[in-house]
Design a protein around this ligand. Structure first.
Ligand code: PGA
Ligand code: ZN
Length: 426
């Protein structure tokens, strides 16, 4: 990280706002002189066991999901810390936050409190340096900024939908698009073609938490066939150089014991699940598989990496929880060649940048990601651009909280036509 202009925070306020699922989440505002910056925390549904912990109130109100404690924490202990001194660098501020927390997993002040504060502080540092957020992140990370390829999640299952589809996310990635405008247009065209197909074929389209359709189907192959048909109807090729497919099976959700997985009425062991994925990859233009095995099934991850690691990106989400140390361990053990990046899994922007740097220094790809419970905060778009990682997933090309991120990419590209677009190399 390079040096930055110091910031002097005058006040920290917070409030509960609604997230995209109708649950409360914390929004934080920091002021510094005439500047102010606001940020909010997203929330997962299929959260990893090793993620940093959200602070939730418990009790009856909001089914225990209230964030009044987190709001109070921001305006007392955390606020006192933030306003107590000048902050020269973001890592200095983030480290003070995690030290104040004092636990292994941010359980005391809450990862939701920490991530909202850290993102707001990042915005203040960028403002103080008179740089757009993505440019400041690029300066800190030493990367060449690039507009990433959006991975639109258009069919939902698993913990994000009420259907019987075991795999959580079926995404389309317009890797052949010339720029973000073309990528967004073709992603939306496929989404609309898919809507028409599903309306025609199933009793209901249904909708998952990330804005993708959730029709009553259960077999991943049926979902993939539907996707290929929609891509073709939209006038594209389902291909690794035009519109490719990305999967997040989120295998924690159908793991039924150590090394055992059950879906579509079948029980599979590690070898048969690897063979299943290998068949899918041979049949469909799949460019990545995220969480193909459960988070603690390192043996399964190793087998999958040996079988398919040369052919496509195997992305660790629950496996790594955006933790630099876990990513480094995974690289050493040969578990995967890519890491998913979700700031709220690890609690601060500095730790998030460290996770990305660790992935890249180990030759791994990294993909910025939203959560299934979101707000309009587009931070991950700037994060993806500024770190030049070339990949982002933010749900369907529909629904405000999802398109907030894609629209931010469009705005950044329009403001700076020299920014490249694509799957930049690690
Ligand atoms: P979550 O799911 O935000 O509900 O955890 C997203 C994912 O698994 O990638
Ligand atoms: Zn995932």
């Amino acid at each position: 990280m390079t040096d930055t202009n110091p910031i002097r925070i005058d006040s920290a306020t917070a409030r509960p706002i609604l997230d995209s699922r109708g649950w409360p989440t914390i929004e934080v505002t920091l002021t510094a002189g005439t500047a102010d910056a606001t940020a909010s925390a997203p929330a997962g549904a299929s959260t990893g066991e090793h993620e940093a912990v959200e602070l939730r109130d418990g009790g009856e109100l909001w089914s225990g999901r209230g964030v009044d404690h987190a709001v109070r924490m921001t305006q007392t202990e955390v606020g006192d810390l933030l306003t107590s001194r000048d902050w020269v660098t973001l890592p200095e501020l983030d480290t003070a936050l995690t030290t104040l927390d004092g636990t292994e997993n941010l359980a005391r002040i809450g990862a939701n409190t920490a991530v909202a504060v850290s993102i707001a502080a990042t915005r203040l540092f960028a403002h103080s340096a008179q740089l757009p957020l993505h440019a400041w992140i690029a300066q800190q990370s030493g990367a060449r900024p690039v507009i990433p390829v959006p991975h639109f999640n258009v069919l939902n299952g698993g913990a994000h939908a009420a259907n019987d589809l075991a795999f959580q996310e079926f995404m389309i990635a317009p890797v052949g698009a010339a720029d973000i405008a073309a990528a967004v247009e073709s992603g939306a065209a496929v989404y609309h073609a898919l809507a028409a197909l599903i309306r025609h074929r199933y009793a209901s389209t249904g909708l998952g938490d990330e804005g993708g359709f959730a029709p009553p189907l259960s077999d991943p192959r049926e979902a993939l066939d539907l996707l290929v048909e929609a891509i073709q109807q939209a006038g594209h090729r389902a291909a690794l150089d035009d519109i490719a497919i990305a999967l997040d099976p989120a295998a924690n959700g159908f793991s039924t014991g150590p090394g055992r997985y059950t879906f579509s009425g079948r029980e599979l062991d590690r070898e048969t699940l690897v063979a299943y994925y290998r068949d899918l990859v041979a049949t469909y233009p799949i460019r990545s598989i995220e969480d193909g095995f459960a988070e603690d099934d390192h043996e399964g991850w190793g087998l999958l990496f040996q079988a398919l690691g040369d052919d496509l990106e195997l992305v660790g989400d629950d496996l790594y929880v955006t933790d630099a140390a876990r990513i480094a361990d995974g690289a050493r053990a040969g578990l995967s060649n890519a890491a998913l990046i979700k700031p709220n899994q690890i609690g601060t922007v500095s730790r998030t940048l460290a996770a990305i740097a660790t992935a890249r220094s180990n030759g791994m790809q990294a993909m910025a990601s939203h959560r299934s419970g979101e707000t309009l905060d587009p931070f991950i778009a700037d994060l993806a651009v500024g770190t030049g990682i070339g990949r982002i997933k933010s749900g369907a090309p529909a629904r405000g909280e999802r398109v907030a991120k894609y629209n931010r990419l469009t705005r950044l590209a329009a403001a700076d036509p020299t920014l490249g677009f694509g799957l930049a190399p690690a």
